[in-house]
Design a protein around this ligand. Structure first.
Ligand SMILES: Nc1ncnc2c1ncn2[C@@H]1O[C@H](COP(=O)(O)OP(=O)(O)OP(=O)(O)O)[C@@H](O)[C@H]1O
Ligand SMILES: [Mg+2]
Length: 245
């Protein structure tokens, strides 16, 4: 579904991503791990079009999307959330999700008069599937940080993505919220067949949820593969797992 090949990106001569390699198959939950500044967010920005790569290929469903603008990439089926919460804080939960559902429906079906009705049912369904039903009328800015992060996932789902990219979906969450979000991600992938690419600092969480893990350091891909393979890699053990087997 997604293939990142030899992708490079520099900022004023500094190579933030120097050699990124990644393969994501349909239905997988894939984690990108690496220390602060490894290039994870930059890589996601390259895939979703917020940044243009200097070189390399980003193939999504057999098409090279490298350098396309974000709206076009979104239209092709990739949605994302950001490391820093990105919602309309003065709108309610319902309104936030509906904005993205309506924009998808208008774009796709061009049924301007019907878009509103279609959007209500769909919006409610997304909100329910993410466990936010009781907070549907709440002003988004008043939600807990954890709920705001989940709301971001709901907004991203409004675009009916094939591939959902989540940049630190559990950043700043309590252990309980983190666990609940992990369960949500699993069920999104299982029940809706959505492919998920995420990055996350909690190693226990990463190894328990991901089907595949890609490790980045100084902009390079060190290793990519099944969690067991990654766990037994010496460099990864030294860097993340305290040198234990
Ligand atoms: N727009 C930019 N201009 C200049 N340098 C940048 C820019 N964006 C990122 N960088 C640099 O590129 C490197 C990679 O940053 P990036 O945000 O991708 O790391 P990360 O792996 O997401 O880190 P974190 O875990 O802290 O979120 C860092 O050294 C960062 O300072
Ligand atoms: Mg980051």
């Amino acid at each position: 579904m997604l293939l990142v090949k030899d992708v490079q990106k520099s900022f004023d001569g500094f190579r933030a991503v120097s050699d990124a390699q990644l393969k994501v198959e349909k239905g997988e939950v894939v984690a990108v791990i690496g220390p602060n500044g490894a290039g994870k967010t930059t890589l996601f920005n390259l895939v979703t079009g917020q940044l243009k790569p200097d070189s390399g290929e980003i193939i999504f469903n057999d098409e090279n999307i490298a350098g396309m603008p974000p709206y076009e990439i979104c239209r092709k089926g990739i949605s994302r959330s950001f490391q820093i919460v990105n919602i309309f804080p003065r709108l309610t939960v319902f309104e936030n999700v509906r904005v993205s559902v309506i924009s998808y429906n208008k774009r796709t079906f061009n049924l301007f008069s019907k878009a509103e009705n279609v959007a209500v049912a769909e919006t409610e369904e997304i909100i329910e599937s993410l466990g936010l039903s009781e907070k549907v009328k709440r002003i988004s800015g008043s939600l807990s940080h954890g709920d705001q992060k989940v709301l971001e996932m709901a907004i991203a789902l409004g675009n009916r993505p094939e591939l959902l990219i989540l940049d630190e979906p559990t950043a700043g969450m309590s252990p309980e919220e983190t666990l609940a979000t992990l369960e949500l991600m699993k069920s999104l992938s299982r029940e809706r067949g959505i492919t998920i690419l995420f990055c996350e600092h909690d190693m226990e969480l990463v190894f328990s949820i991901a089907n595949k893990i890609m490790v980045m350091q100084h902009g390079r891909t060190i290793i990519e593969g099944h969690p067991d393979v990654v766990r037994s890699n010496r460099e990864v053990q030294e860097a993340y797992l305290g040198g234990e087997a």
